[in-house]
Write a protein that binds this ligand. Structure first.
Ligand code: NAD
Ligand code: IPM
Ligand code: MN
Length: 367
């Protein structure tokens, strides 16, 4: 049987730096666990624009459709801010999500014990935290039409449209209920049904889907109140399901509960392929971090944990995913910290590659 295939798209800024550490982990699995991948690498974002004048070449898009999983670093950067909207680096990522139809974006926020003191919230608020945000990823205001900047009278108007069909809400709600069934059987749906019709429909459809999951305790919350509750007492939540824009905001907020944006992985999943596995793209929640790019300061853990999610969701290797997560836990417990995990403490940070090496060493020690 051929090896599972993996397309790696490092992207821009710290993307290539954190991806280099993931490559070490992938190589380790090939060498030590007899789990080799057919890895190919390509350009996305600003790097693709520089080479091809487009943030995602058609050939790269086609490759992404064929492989078992895509792993992406990050896209974007100030150099590209002046570009026309249609060729901005971020459009490359949005095209991948849309054309692969990756509608369910899983963004877990887990607080590792060793970092509980580091969160900007009190330790007892975040210690032991383990929640999962399911963000709808292929619709809503990110993609709704009409959109654009038009002339109206003597001024310009910027337009975006929030739009959800019943079937789009239904399928992401089912993903969230399925996850809740495998976790604590608690799901909170967040929208703004008090001011948005799309929110009213969202609530109705989620309530309807709930009938197929009688064991799951469903609650609804307005997304603004949800943001407040996530900082007040995040452990009240297990799985949260929400739309594309609210999910973007709430997952960055949840990242800080865990200590750093450099810690949060994500999986973007679509419908099952012929082999029964979902179409999938894995990426850290963070961006290209232009402020620290090229300095060896980036935390590679979010990207490494994204590969752990790939092991679990695309390659049926849940035990190996757990092994990798435990290796991360161990290096943190040993006190290793990249700069983002140190704050004002006087300790010397480890570099991006030192963190990657330590995680590989912890994998070795797990054998
Ligand atoms: P960002 O996530 O890149 O950075 C926010 C802050 O978090 C910065 O101070 C950064 O240094 C820090 N940070 C992020 N990841 C880190 C890591 N792994 N280790 C240590 N510190 C880390 O968000 P931004 O500054 O708002 O956006 C920068 C660019 O990235 C923009 O062009 C944006 O569009 C893009 N972006 C891309 C993605 C993606 O590719 N998925 C996600 C978010 C933002
Ligand atoms: C994310 C990012 C993206 C988004 C951008 C880069 C398109 O912020 O993955 O969270 O807004 O979805
Ligand atoms: Mn975001």
């Amino acid at each position: 049987m051929s090896n599972p295939s993996l397309l790696i798209l490092p992207g821009d800024g710290i993307g290539p730096e954190v991806m280099a550490e993931v490559r070490k982990v992938i190589d380790w699995y090939g060498a030590k666990r007899d789990l080799a991948f057919d890895v190919s690498e390509d350009l996305v974002g600003g790097a693709a624009y520089d080479a091809h004048g487009t943030p995602l070449a058609d050939e790269t898009m086609a490759k992404a459709q064929e492989v078992d999983a895509v792993l992406l670093g990050a896209v974007g950067g100030p150099k590209y801010d002046v570009l026309d909207f249609s060729v901005k680096p971020e459009r490359g990522l949005l095209r991948l999500r849309k054309e692969m139809d990756l509608y369910a974006n899983l963004r877990p926020a887990q607080c590792f014990d060793a970092l509980a003191d580091f969160s900007s919230l009190k330790t007892d608020v975040v210690a032991g935290l383990d929640i999962m945000i399911v963000r709808e990823l292929t619709s809503g205001i990110y993609f709704g039409e009409p959109r654009g900047i038009i002339e109206e009278g003597n001024e310009r108007v910027g337009i975006n449209t929030q739009r959800y069909t019943e079937s789009e809400i239904d399928r992401v709600a089912r993903s969230a209920f399925e996850l809740a069934m495998r976790r604590d059987k608690k799901l909170c749906s967040m929208e703004k049904a008090n001011v948005m019709e799309s929110g009213v429909l969202w609530r109705e459809v989620v309530t309807e889907v709930a009938k197929d999951y009688p064991e799951v305790e469903l609650s609804h919350m307005y997304a603004d109140a949800g943001a407040m509750q996530l900082t007040r007492w995040p452990k009240q939540f297990d799985v949260i399901v929400t739309d594309n824009l609210f999910g973007d905001l709430l997952s960055d907020l949840a990242a800080m509960l865990t200590g750093s944006l450099g810690m949060l992985p994500s999986a973007s999943l679509g419908a099952p392929m012929s082999n029964g596995r979902p179409k999938a793209l894995y990426e850290p929640v963070h961006g290209s971090a232009p402020d620290i790019a090229g300095q060896g300061k980036a935390n590679p853990i979010a990207c490494i944990l994204s590969f752990a999610m790939a092991l679990r969701y695309s390659f049926d290797q849940g035990d190996e995913a757990t092994r990798l997560e435990q290796a991360v836990e161990k290096v943190l417990a040993d006190g290793l910290r990249t700069a983002d995990l140190l704050g004002e403490e006087g300790k010397a940070p480890v570099s991006t590659s030192e963190m990657g090496d330590a995680i590989v060493a912890a994998l070795d020690a797990s054998l």
